[in-house]
Design a protein around this ligand. Structure first.
Ligand code: HCB
Length: 219
């Protein structure tokens, strides 16, 4: 039953049907389906198909925009449930989070922020297209112990390296861990640019954040 609903959700995301997506998410919440599974099995597979179709020229920019809007509407409906399902309430650490300069993809980054908040982290979400020096400034001002960098474009991945270098130059790198994510990014890239870790999705980002901040065994 839930599988059928997840498939419908994927199709609605692919079609960029925001109203249908919203109605289906409401239905899923009413059925008490796990919000993370709604994202994993319904919304994300739809987004992946949109990306593939865009790659091969079947879809164009408006399709990305419509799917993006549908996903954002869905996530704002799911956010209260995601936060209510938070695993712990203790303050776990302070995170500065953002999508690097030149890149306006926000959905994945925001989802990471929501789940980190739910897990007890204090999250300073700087948004998208964040200048490198802003990451440095806010890390210094907040005393953050973790920086999360998102990049969805092969052309902006290198700006993750730029932020790490700027943190080093500012003398902040020893006191802060850096985790990276985004579709073109990998564990190998994290190693290459001197990041402390890579997470494939928001659940992985929470686990990584816990590990990097010394809370690996916390419930
Ligand atoms: Co965009 N776009 N896009 N796009 N877009 C991608 C990313 C492509 C892969 C599509 C494709 O060609 N297959 C592609 C990039 C190709 C490349 O560089 N290799 C692409 C392109 C080319 C572009 C433009 C250049 C298109 C153009 O203008 N011609 C343009 C770029 C503008 C710019 O940034 N300067 C563009 C624009 C857009 C929008 C604005 C229309 C829209 C974004 C809307 C928004 O965010 N408000 C958009 C969308 C929606 C996509 C796709 C379809 C979905 C992205 C998404 O939201 N996924 C995407 C294709 C794809 O990725 N499959 C496509 C869902 C979220 C939940 O996943 O991977 O973002 P996520 O995040 C995960 C994960 O990576 C991890 O956790 C998240 C949650 O699970 N994570 C982190 C992310 N950040 C992390 C940070 C951490 O510290 C830890 C983990």
């Amino acid at each position: 039953m839930s599988q059928e609903l997840f498939s419908k959700l994927s199709v609605a995301v692919i079609d960029g049907e925001e109203e249908v997506v919203v109605a289906l998410v409401k239905q899923a919440l009413k059925q008490r389906l796990n919000p993370l599974e709604i994202i994993r099995q319904g919304l994300t597979p739809g987004m992946n198909v949109v990306g593939e179709k865009f790659s091969c020229g079947d879809f164009f920019l408006p399709h990305l925009v419509m799917a993006g809007n549908a996903m954002k509407a869905a996530l704002s409906l799911l956010e209260p449930a995601l936060k209510a399902g938070g695993m712990t309430r203790q303050t776990a650490g302070v995170v500065v989070l953002g999508t690097v300069v030149g890149d306006i993809h926000e959905i994945g980054k925001s989802l990471v922020g929501t789940l980190l908040t739910a897990d007890g982290f204090v999250v300073h979400d700087l948004g998208v297209d964040v200048p490198t020096d802003r990451f440095v400034r806010v890390t210094r001002e907040t005393g953050a112990n973790l920086v999360g960098l998102s990049a969805l474009l092969t052309t902006t991945m290198r700006n993750q390296r730029q932020v790490i270098e700027a943190l080093t130059e500012a003398g902040l790198r020893h006191g802060v861990k850096v985790m990276i994510g985004g579709a073109p990014v990998s564990a190998h890239w994290a190693q290459e640019i001197g990041a402390d870790g890579y997470a494939e999705d928001a659940v992985g980002a929470v686990a990584l954040a816990r590990r990097l901040t010394g809370r690996a065994n916390a419930s």
